[in-house]
Design a protein around this ligand. Structure first.
Ligand code: ZN
Length: 314
């Protein structure tokens, strides 16, 4: 299944026009959330008991929490990016080594940005933010780069793989806002137009090579170096200090809840191993099997946004 972004960009008298068609994907959550059985009241009670007993809860979230906000994940059966397309995420090495690949990447990212940046938190993000405010949540780590936890107000948060809303210079490390870069793209490419089809969990979209050959990519305003989203691409590793920081938060916790992750990627899975070493009780909320189902005392195959708001965090 392919999804149209419904976005076209045309220059009209030197001005940019954004034409958002009726095909916007926000309404079609069914496109990205795998089917799940109806909520089991007994399972809800079990999760309630798990949360009530926890005084220092550590939560780890993955792409499955954001599918209900209209962002596809990679691995879900039938509806994930891997199942729907033959496209795969960009590799870190390719991005840093090739100016051409950076040009292709940024052209697609430029087209996808207006929609990707407009996604809003769903009830699962709001529930976790509320748990933090009420003192239930010790720490939240997310594998997502969509900023939806921040938009929901979460502060005790580590974005393990960074955030698409920030841009990093590969040479001097200068951090800037992605929104500012969008304006620079528009100024540099007044006559460029493209139509995008399909969007990935990191905001990447699909364009042909012909569409991107003329796209102009700005460089760092401070040093002229190449720019990269402040995210960990596939093939790159998470900063060691950040990993150590999260390990400490896991060790301080008394229980661990996974929300919307199949735990296939080691960068998140390693915290499950730490929790197991500490013999922390582990609960997993994810539609479909995960790498750690055998380590969990509780497994729920439900929609995050339907289940979490039912839980009383007191
Ligand atoms: Zn720089």
């Amino acid at each position: 299944m392919r999804m149209s972004l419904g976005l076209t960009f045309r220059s009209a008298k030197g001005h940019w026009v954004e034409n958002v068609s009726q095909q916007r994907s926000h309404g079609s959550i069914e496109s990205f959330v795998p089917p799940s059985p109806p909520l089991d009241p007994e399972k809800v009670k079990e999760l309630q008991r798990f949360i009530t007993l926890s005084k220092r809860l550590f939560v780890m979230t993955g792409a499955g929490i954001s599918t209900e906000s209209g962002i596809p994940d990679y691995r879900s059966e039938n509806v994930g990016l891997y199942a729907r397309t033959d496209r795969r995420p960009i590799q870190h090495r390719d991005f840093v080594q090739s100016a051409l690949i950076r040009q292709q990447y940024w052209a697609r990212n430029f087209v996808g940005w207006p929609q990707f940046s407009s996604h809003q938190p769903n009830p699962a993000h709001w529930a976790l933010s509320n748990w933090e405010k009420l003192g239930k949540l010790h720490w939240l780590v997310t594998q997502n780069v969509d900023a939806l936890h921040t938009k929901a107000g979460s502060r005790r948060l580590t974005e393990l793989h960074g955030c698409m809303h920030r841009v990093l210079c590969l040479d001097c490390g200068e951090q800037t806002h992605r929104g500012v870069l969008q304006e620079r793209f528009q100024i540099l490419n007044p006559a460029w137009s493209a139509e995008a089809h399909g969007v990935a969990p990191d905001g990447d979209v699909f364009l042909s090579d012909e569409q991107v050959w003329s796209f102009q990519v700005p460089s760092c305003v401070r040093c002229g170096g190449p720019l990269k989203p402040d995210v960990v691409f596939f093939g790159d590793t998470v900063n060691r200090d950040k990993v150590d920081f999260v390990h400490k938060r896991v060790k301080e916790a008394d229980s661990l809840l996974v929300v919307g992750s199949s735990l296939q990627v080691y960068s998140g899975y390693r915290f499950i191993l730490t929790a197991r070493e500490k013999q922390l009780p582990i609960a997993i909320l994810n539609i479909g099997p995960t790498r750690s189902d055998d380590l969990a005392c509780l497994k729920l195959n439900s929609r995050c946004g339907e289940l979490l708001p039912l839980i009383d965090p007191h």
